[in-house]
Design a protein around this ligand. Structure first.
Ligand code: 5AD
Ligand code: SF4
Length: 473
């Protein structure tokens, strides 16, 4: 059945804001501290900014200390079992804080609880949880929280859905940061055979370009110097809005906004990465020459079994084309090791693809079986130890390549955006090149939030080291 965009009418968001006011009145005179704990991807970070926006409208201030929070919202991830185990462990340990503070409200939202078996597990085994809601219900969080506050029972709301588009939800962003997330679409239509995302986040829904541009302008006006456009598959942006701009057009429109800022985006699916996109990136001076282009495997049989819609040769062609338009491109990728039935020989194909492409950095994962996906039904004869051995070899190979590529920066002067202090290292600041590589600086903290010209003096596998040459105004 074709998917229809389900746009939430602005009046319904206004109603939610009225409910925030109601909650504010209801809690008048009470301490109101909230803790929003976020797991998983940047899309979840962006969702948490909206949860905080609603909570602020209800009169809450924020804490990172779960013991003192009156409301805890855990925004969960489902992409791998490891994340789910960590979340369940941490939720279980909230038993202590809730004993000391029985009126504390504990809410779980996001991808993990959109899975029926997980919602059921929480219902059965985690009685301390008061409210559970899925990603499609985030827009009505105030209404759900009010229900919990007034009826004193538990509320579960994570019905299956293709997903919604909701505009006008307030957001509370990290004020100290010059980096901002901008979600341009939600959901995924690709159904890679290992991935749970399409089941929990629904079908691809693009936001309207005028809404995205309005938000981009607001971000720039409030001091953002780096805007990262987010979506599970950003380069299929606009396919669900006939006659509207595609992703490359959208980049051009954002690039035309006034201001000194950098545009980044993620994630791109290789099958939808077009020559038009690469050309646009090269031509738009505010667009970073940075591409996260997950390959997942270097073997054709495995790629087919993963339902990725490209083979090794087609992927390598895209990489060559992107580098043709942007010779200074910083290229990163995701790789899954140990997909069901992947043999040692097939893994070697991945390893030699990595040697051939020479990524700047890699995000590597051991395959994790996800209930309800096609790959979960495939026979998987290899042991965890086999997979770990492959994983370690891949990481070692990539570390060597990253170190070599980083070493080539030494002696160069580059423009970076200084984004904060390096935790635990007195006097060191962290910054990013326009390609997104991390540069540690020894510099005064006044530089935080500024662009700077930096001479690279050292490097290792994970970072570059540099000193500022002069400060840009
Ligand atoms: N097991 C391991 N890694 C996975 N990813 C997605 N699903 C799984 C899974 N079941 C990885 C992919 C994706 C990244 C966000 O997470 O590499 O690109
Ligand atoms: Fe998952 Fe594939 Fe969609 Fe990425 S493109 S979210 S890996 S199904």
């Amino acid at each position: 059945m074709p998917y229809e965009r389900q746009e939430i009418a602005p009046e319904r968001i206004s109603q939610q804001l009225d409910i925030c006011q109601q909650i504010r009145n209801l809690r008048a005179g009470k301490a109101s501290l909230a803790f929003v704990d976020t797991y998983g991807c940047q899309q979840n970070e962006a969702d948490s900014e909206k949860l905080r926006g609603y909570l602020a409208a209800m009169g809450f201030s924020f804490t990172d200390n779960e013991a003192e929070a009156d409301v805890i919202v855990v925004n969960t991830c489902a992409v791998r079992e490891h994340a789910e185990m960590r979340i369940l462990g941490n939720v279980g340990s909230l038993n202590h804080t809730k004993k000391a503070k029985p009126e504390q409200l504990i809410c779980l939202c996001g991808c993990m609880v959109q899975q029926a078996h997980m919602a059921e597990k929480i219902k059965r085994s985690y009685p301390l949880v008061n409210l559970v809601f899925g990603p499609h219900e985030l827009w009505r969080f105030p209404e759900l929280l009010l229900r919990v506050m007034t009826k004193k029972g538990r509320v579960f709301s994570a019905a299956p859905s293709d997903g919604v588009v909701a505009e006008g939800i307030p957001a509370v962003r990290d004020r100290s940061s010059v980096k901002a997330w901008l979600s341009i679409m939600n959901g995924c239509n690709n159904f890679c055979s290992y991935c749970v995302v399409p089941y929990v986040r629904g079908r691809e829904r693009s936001r309207r370009a005028e809404d995205i541009l309005r938000e981009a302008k607001q971000l720039i006006d409030s001091g953002a110097k780096e805007i990262t456009l987010l979506g599970q598959n950003v380069n299929s942006y606009g396919k669900d809005i006939p006659g509207g701009p595609d992703f490359a057009d959208l980049i051009r429109m954002i690039n035309a906004l006034d201001g000194d800022f950098l545009i980044r985006f993620m994630t791109s699916h290789p099958k939808d990465a077009t020559e038009k996109l690469f050309r646009t990136m090269a031509e738009c001076e505010k667009c970073a020459h940075q591409l996260h282009l997950p390959v997942q495997s270097g073997n054709d049989r495995v790629l087919h079994a993963m339902n990725r819609y490209y083979d090794r040769a087609a992927y390598l062609e895209k990489v060559a084309l992107a580098r043709h338009y942007m010779p200074d491109l910083v290229l990163t990728s995701d790789i899954i090791v140990g997909f069901p039935g992947e043999t040692d020989e097939e893994f070697e194909d991945t390893l030699n693809l990595v040697r051939e492409v020479r990524y700047d950095a890699l995000f590597t994962f051991i395959y994790s079986k996800r209930e309800g996906t096609v790959a979960a039904k495939l026979p998987d004869p290899f042991t965890r130890a086999d997979k770990q051995r492959r994983f370690d070899r891949l990481v070692e190979e990539q570390n060597r390549i990253s170190a070599e590529l980083h070493a080539a920066y030494v002696g160069k002067t580059l423009r970076v955006l200084v984004d904060g202090r390096v935790p635990g290292r007195e006097g060191e600041l962290s910054s990013r090149t326009s390609g997104g590589r991390l540069v540690h600086l020894t510099a005064a903290p006044e530089l935080i939030g500024q662009w700077a010209q930096v001479r690279i003096t050292g490097s290792n596998t994970w970072a570059l080291y540099g000193t500022p040459e002069n400060r840009e105004e």
